[in-house]
Design a protein around this ligand. Structure first.
Ligand code: B12
Ligand code: SF4
Ligand code: SF4
Length: 315
């Protein structure tokens, strides 16, 4: 099979697996490596030391696997409602469902299997929010969207509520043209809406001020000056995506059953119940979700901050 035929086949397999968009790029040095260096030098990665450790490979992704020549990049829409859970707090949409990594990886792997079967040779590896792949950069290079001012990859017909999956392969595929336009224009809604002022400039996120980092990745306490800004966000944050006109216009509820909330509204514990939880209770409620990443201690830290904020609002 020719590279063009194989590429068509990969895109059909992506659609069959339920991905809403698929593009292809060649594996090469990252054209924006200097942005990563500058970002790390500013200390914007905070406690996420793995980003420092992986920087060399992120800038030169082929170091992860020298035989790889092509990357198939897919987007998977996970949009859905974000209720005020237990009438008290919000959980980022992606974290209300069963952990997306496993399901998305399985689906990406199905594309790899189809490719190798059709080609009669070759091999592949998957990357979904794990490992040193610069996923948003690869998605842009594969023509799937632009790096927006809120740093999200926005697809012009899907918006940004999509996970990115990457399949590296040693098979020759036909690359798509990179997405060169920046369709944010003069809009600044996301920058203005961020409650913790986490954007020092458009396209640059200071993760150490981002609610997503503070409630998921940060190891210690949430710094006092940022606590009020956390508001009712118990885990993660969707604010800079919610206000984005591209999501307001195009976000549609996901068709993937596996991305629907794992707990019924009634099953979400109240803040008081979270604060009284032990490890067993935490595992039983959240063991299958991305919330597991914060651990019981992290979730309780967040619950205290949200409780303080609710009490302040009520006064
Ligand atoms: C670390 C990390 C975080 C950190 C830091 C986020 C950040 N903006 O850097 C924290 C914990 C804060 C975070 C939060 C979230 N994350 Co996160 N995160 C990652 C991770 C693991 C690495 C990102 C990274 O390398 N950051 C460092 C910066 C410097 O790199 P970058 O933003 O990718 O930018 C590079 C290029 O895109 C380019 N670039 C940047 N800006 C511009 C501008 C222009 C004009 C150009 C040309 C190029 C360019 O240069 C950079 C260096 O190469 C990726 C998965 C992965 N392996 O890539 C997921 C990932 C980015 N996260 C994701 C998600 C869903 C989220 C949240 C929405 C979760 C939530 N609801 O709480 C929030 C969104 C917050 C936000 N506004 O970004 C998705 C994003 C999907 C998408 N459509 O964009 C990813 C891709 C995971 C996945 N596989 O789906 N995340
Ligand atoms: S995810 Fe929330 S805290 Fe982080 S940059 Fe966006 S609006 Fe700000
Ligand atoms: S809110 Fe406006 S500036 Fe921000 S990402 Fe969306 S279009 Fe771009």
């Amino acid at each position: 099979m020719t590279p063009v035929e194989l590429t068509l086949l990969a895109k059909r397999a992506a659609t069959a697996a339920g991905f809403e968009a698929c593009g292809v790029t060649r594996l090469g040095p990252s054209p924006t490596a200097d942005r990563l260096d500058a970002w790390l030098a500013h200390g914007y990665a905070g406690d996420m030391r793995y980003l420092q450790r992986q920087a060399k490979v992120r800038k030169e992704p082929s170091l992860a696997w020298p035989e790889a020549v092509s990357v198939v990049v897919v987007l998977h829409n996970y949009y859905g409602p974000q209720p005020l859970t237990a009438g008290q707090y919000r959980v980022a949409r992606y974290a209300q469902a069963a952990d997306y990594h496993k399901l998305t990886k399985q689906k990406v792997a199905a594309i790899g299997d189809s490719l190798v079967e059709a080609a009669g040779h070759g091999t592949w590896r998957t990357y979904v929010d794990a490992g040193p792949m610069p996923e948003r950069e690869l998605a842009r290079l594969a023509g799937l969207g632009w790096m927006a001012k809120n740093t999200m990859l926005i697809h012009p017909r899907l918006g940004s509520f999509s996970f990115i999956g990457c399949l590296l392969t040693d098979l020759e595929l036909e690359p798509d043209a990179p997405f060169e336009a920046d369709r944010c224009g003069s809009c600044t809604r996301c920058l203005d809406a961020c409650p913790t002022d986490a954007f020092p400039a458009p396209h640059v996120l200071d993760a150490t001020r981002c609610i997503s980092y503070l409630t998921i990745e940060a190891k210690g306490d949430i710094p006092e000056p940022l606590r009020a800004g956390v508001g009712d966000n118990l885990f993660g944050c969707d604010i800079c995506q919610d206000v984005c006109p591209w999501n307001v216009s195009f976000a549609q509820e996901t068709a993937e059953e596996g991305f629907r909330p794992l707990l019924d509204d009634d099953d979400w514990p109240t803040l008081e119940e979270i604060l009284a939880m032990d490890e067993r209770g935490f595992d039983a409620r959240f063991g299958e979700t991305a919330i597991e990443r914060a651990g019981l201690k992290g979730l309780q830290r967040n619950a205290r901050v949200v409780r303080e904020n609710l009490a302040r609002q009520a006064r």
